[in-house]
Ligand binder design. Structure first.
Ligand SMILES: Cc1cc2nc3c(=O)[nH]c(=O)nc-3n(C[C@H](O)[C@H](O)[C@H](O)COP(=O)(O)OP(=O)(O)OC[C@H]3O[C@@H](n4cnc5c(N)ncnc54)[C@H](O)[C@@H]3O)c2cc1C
Length: 384
């Protein structure tokens, strides 16, 4: 592959070994029990996977996004949930901390996060709608040397396991013509921070998603992350990385389903022939799955190579999540079909990829909201 270097391949091999020896034996059970993959997340930290793109000064590997994509792809072949939990920690919350954090904040929070010694969560979404920041009601008010935060956040990943919640709150006065948002680092034991029960979800089982209540939560002034009232633009840029990483995640999921279906179609015999040889419809399904996977692979590693070369990929990054979701859901669906009745059985290990693919269309940003974003980006670019 054109995007593989010796260094990247080495890291991918470490990921493959980790997946084979430590993730594979437990992935299905974790999904069935809806259990948070805490031990695996900690191991990912020990192996350096949680800080691949963070600077070495803050405990990271100082590596590139292609390397992170390769690791994400490998992990997603076996446990999309682990990839989600890692992404919420390192890319969503860790990403904005890396962009906006002061030197002190990065030493205190990013360095241990890079090693998995502490876990991060990003608390943005509210009842008003995940993409509807303009109507968020969580508010932070300065009282002496402390910010007092009140509000409720929904569907937050890594709850109950996170040590630090990065909370989005409005800091402009209630009568301001436009809400201005700020970010706060809120420790899990801050008085007034309460967590709901993890939701029983369609997919991403074990990723511990739920409600965060903030009732007169006080944090010192120095826990503000980034400039007051000016964090939405940097967050818009940084969130692109999260959407981008959904590409390799979806790619890994689709590859796993394709490989399982390809093998099954060759092993399953009917009338003395394998299904692959007997049924054109099965062969053609597999060919079309393969075509979609290779198209996604090209798109993923091209966009991420651009990101690594320092180019802005606001549109392409978002497109990776949309295309990734479509390919993963399509391939998982066809793989189940090729397996017939067996495809519907949980222990076959396919249906969870289908469920996880569906959640990819919503969790962390709906594909429709991202499509709308891309429409605006294309219009802006056409004007240049
Ligand atoms: C499993 C899971 C994990 C999550 N983890 C996190 C997390 O860690 N942190 C966090 O902050 N949030 C998280 N979320 C929240 C997630 O980002 C939101 O669910 C998502 O942005 C959609 O927002 P909503 O649920 O409020 O749906 P709504 O805003 O009510 O949207 C419903 C539907 O309306 C359409 N729609 C909404 N807005 C637009 C728009 N602007 N343009 C076009 N169509 C639109 C879409 O079809 C969308 O699916 C998670 C969600 C899930 C399901």
């Amino acid at each position: 592959m054109w995007y593989l270097t010796e260094e990247r391949e080495l890291m991918r091999n470490v990921a493959r070994e980790f997946v084979e020896q430590e993730v594979k034996p437990v992935a299905l059970e974790l999904d069935k029990k809806d259990e948070f993959p805490l031990r695996l997340l900690k191991r990912a930290g020990e192996l350096g996977f949680l800080g691949i793109t963070f600077p070495e000064e803050y405990g990271g590997l100082g590596g590139d996004w292609t390397t992170l994509a390769l690791v994400t792809e490998e992990i997603s072949k076996v446990s999309p949930t682990l990839a989600v939990v890692m992404g919420a920690h390192s890319v969503l919350a860790g990403g904005i901390l890396n962009v906006l954090g002061s030197h002190e904040q990065k030493l205190k929070y990013l360095a241990p996060a890079a090693k998995g010694e502490i876990i991060l969560a990003m608390a943005g979404t509210e009842a008003a709608g995940g993409a509807n920041y303009g109507e968020f009601t969580t508010r932070a008010v300065l009282d002496g040397d402390e910010w007092v935060i009140n509000g409720t956040k929904l569907f937050i990943t890594n709850i109950h396991y996170a040590d630090i919640y990065i909370v989005v709150a409005v800091t402009s006065p209630p009568d301001a013509p436009k809400a201005a948002h700020s970010l706060f680092l809120v420790p899990k034991d801050a008085p007034g921070l309460e967590l709901g029960k993890p939701e029983n979800k369609l997919g991403w089982n074990g990723s511990s998603t739920g409600t965060v209540y903030l009732r007169n939560v006080r944090v010192p002034k120095e826990n503000m992350l980034g400039p007051e009232g000016k964090t939405m633009l940097p967050f818009y840029f940084s969130a692109t990385d999260e959407f981008m990483i959904c590409g390799p995640m979806a790619l890994g999921m689709a590859e796993a389903c394709y490989e399982k279906a390809f093998q099954y179609a060759h092993e399953r015999m009917q009338g003395g022939k394998s299904m692959y040889d007997k049924y054109e419809v099965v062969r053609h399904k597999l060919v079309n799955m393969w075509i979609e996977i290779e198209a996604l692979r090209g798109m993923v590693y091209t966009a991420i190579a651009k990101r690594d070369s320092g180019q802005m990929i606001l549109g392409e990054g978002r497109a990776l999540k949309i295309k990734g979701y479509r390919v993963a859901e399509y391939v998982a669906n066809e793989a189940i079909q090729i397996h017939g009745g067996l495809g519907t059985i949980v222990d076959t290990g396919l249906e969870r990829f289908w469920r996880d693919a569906k959640v990819l269309a919503i969790g962390g940003g709906s594909i429709e909201a991202l499509t709308e974003d891309i429409a605006n980006i294309l219009k802006r670019e056409a004007r240049k």
